[in-house]
Design a protein around this ligand. Structure first.
Ligand code: ADP
Length: 259
């Protein structure tokens, strides 16, 4: 039996775009800041299309070996173990490489032949090339981060994907998400969204990343479970944003006025 569908509230035509991209098996890139629903969207789409989803959270140490597979020693034997990418390619799953730009460069090299007409994976340690299952699809996310400290994705890599930008939703949609995720009252949801909108517009604070929907969901959860509203906003929204004492104090004062 199919499990319950994950909740996802669309902001634009992303569902339709993904369905067609999947039909044509073109790799798909989700661009946008953290906490804007990219992972939730992919969970929702793979459920809708009834396809298995394999998610890899890429980080600085993620290598092609982690994705493709490796030999391990078992007792007196050395056996080959497929990595998640190889499994997805063979089984026809959707693989989601979250924050792909964080991974080591050999990961980009490894996915190359999967992102063009060849749709094949070369396993150098086995000297084998495998053709992707017809249901296989590659999805990646990338945080363009207009600030310092974010890794870039080369144009030659980006051009292998169909891409969609994810951003903070409109106020009405964001309040709806908070209510759906946490059962919070409309009035509080609206106040939280107003706080987020206000802080998002304070570009002079120079925050690396601003208030995401994820932070608002966390604040709403704390409020719903009975933590005082102001404290919930301080710990779930303000503190994760900055380590600068003055910025934190200023944001706390602002939030106290708004909730
Ligand atoms: P990202 O992958 O972009 O970092 P997530 O998909 O993990 O972000 O979203 C963080 C949280 O925000 C989710 O767990 C969910 O509670 C909420 N969220 C954000 N956008 C949406 C949306 N459009 N529909 C439903 N929930 C959302």
């Amino acid at each position: 039996m199919k499990s319950e569908a994950p909740y996802y509230k669309a902001s634009g035509k992303e569902v339709e775009v993904f369905e067609h991209t999947y039909k044509n098996k073109i790799p798909f890139l989700l661009k946008g800041p953290t906490g804007t629903g990219k992972s939730r969207f992919i969970e929702f789409m793979s459920h809708k299309l009834d396809k298995k989803l394999i998610t890899i959270s890429c980080h600085e140490e993620t290598s092609s070996t982690d994705l493709i597979g490796r030999y391990i020693i078992k007792g007196a034997e050395t056996i080959w173990v497929d990595g998640p990418l190889t499994i997805a390619v063979k089984d026809g799953a959707i693989i989601y490489l979250d924050e792909i730009a964080e991974a080591r460069p050999d990961v980009i090299v490894a996915i190359h032949s999967l992102t063009d007409h060849r749709r094949e994976l070369f396993i150098d340690k086995l000297g084998e090339t495998i053709k992707a299952h017809e249901d296989f699809m590659l999805v990646a996310s990338f945080n363009p981060g207009y600030q310092r400290g974010f890794k870039e994705l080369k144009p030659s890599t980006r051009q292998r994907f169909v891409a969609t930008t994810f951003d903070y939703p409109d106020a009405k949609i964001e309040a709806e998400i908070l209510i759906n995720e946490t059962d919070i009252e409309l009035d509080i949801a609206k106040k939280l969204v107003n706080i987020a909108t206000k802080i998002r517009n304070l570009t002079e604070l120079g925050l690396t990343e601003t208030v995401s929907t994820r932070l608002l969901v966390d604040a709403a959860k704390l409020i719903h479970s009975g933590l005082p509203k102001r404290l919930s906003v301080h710990v779930a929204v303000v503190e994760p944003l900055s380590d600068d004492f003055e910025v934190i104090e200023a944001l706390k004062d602002l939030c106290d006025l708004m909730i």
